[in-house]
Design a protein. Structure first.
Lengths: 141, 137
């Protein structure tokens, strides 16, 4: 299952984001998307970092970890409220210690959130972009 | 009422030895982070990868612009230069007091774009700092 684990982690995180932001435009990776000027959208990026043994011995479980970056794009000049609200919704849905479960086949997997960190926004005309970095990890064989 | 104690000089020597062990451990970790930082960095002109600094004491952080620099820089050469820059900063750490507030920075003007790739059409961001925080944070 190790080869599929990243698909499962991505699905868990993206499903959580989709359900959290119902009605908001989401620019998924490698999917054609044309933003509508004046309408908020978010762009998630799935970034695995390290896979390492979680214990000593033969065939140990593996610890997979990485970052799920969500870039919130609010219309430039619209003030901070719109992006603040969306950022708060996301950081609440992915708060530290949150468990996100997903079932694939007969197995249920739990992706755990280590941190959700909102960073400083920046104008990227015609958008005001605010990055959120969400640290995740999962143990799996 | 007053008491006076004399502290044996060897006690101070032992404390100094403990400090040296702690500083050595932190320096090892900083070297590891430095290696990872340059390995995760893209190299096109070399401006970004050679703009990393550890802030140790006074001094201006490095920051190079990629404007007017030729593309196609030597990947390993630029990464080695970036790594050596950080090793120089680490070598300035002499005592445990120098560890009070060390930050890894990249002062190139396009550091934000390298991180998030917001204005790039062909590639996404490289998330160098996000990855470092995830691994070492």
């Amino acid at each position: 299952m190790a080869n599929d684990i990243y698909n499962i982690i991505r699905a868990a995180l993206e499903t959580r984001l989709t359900n959290t932001l119902a009605g908001t435009d989401i620019a998924y990776e490698n999917v054609a998307f044309s933003p509508t000027t004046g309408t908020l959208f978010v762009k998630p990026t799935f970034i695995p970092t390290v896979t390492q043994p979680a214990a000593r011995g033969l065939n140990p479980p593996l610890l997979y970890q990485g970052v799920f970056n969500v870039m919130v794009h609010a219309p430039e000049g619209s003030g901070p409220a719109l992006s603040d609200t969306t950022c708060n919704t996301i950081t609440n849905a992915f708060a530290a210690t949150t468990d996100i479960s997903i079932t694939s086949g007969a197995e249920t997997y739990i992706v755990r959130i280590r941190y959700a960190e909102r960073q400083q926004g920046r104008i990227d005309t015609p958008w005001y972009a605010v990055p959120i970095n969400i640290g995740w990890y999962i143990y799996n064989t | 009422m007053k008491s006076t104690f004399a502290v044996n000089a060897s006690f101070y020597n032992k404390l100094k030895h403990l400090d040296d062990i702690a500083v050595g451990g932190v320096k090892d970790r900083l070297e590891e982070i430095a290696r990872t930082a340059v390995d995760y960095s893209p190299v096109e002109t070399g401006a970004y990868v050679t703009s990393f600094s550890y802030t140790v004491g006074a001094g201006r952080p490095r920051g190079k612009s990629s404007d007017n620099l030729p593309r196609g820089a030597n990947l390993q050469g630029e990464r080695d230069e970036g790594y050596n820059n950080l090793l120089q900063d680490i070598s300035r750490i002499k005592s445990i007091e120098d560890l009070d507030n060390i930050q890894l920075r990249n002062g190139s003007p396009h550091a934000y774009d390298v991180e998030y790739g917001e204005e790039w059409e062909r590639t996404g961001g490289y998330f160098v700092f996000a990855k470092l925080e995830n691994i070492y944070g």
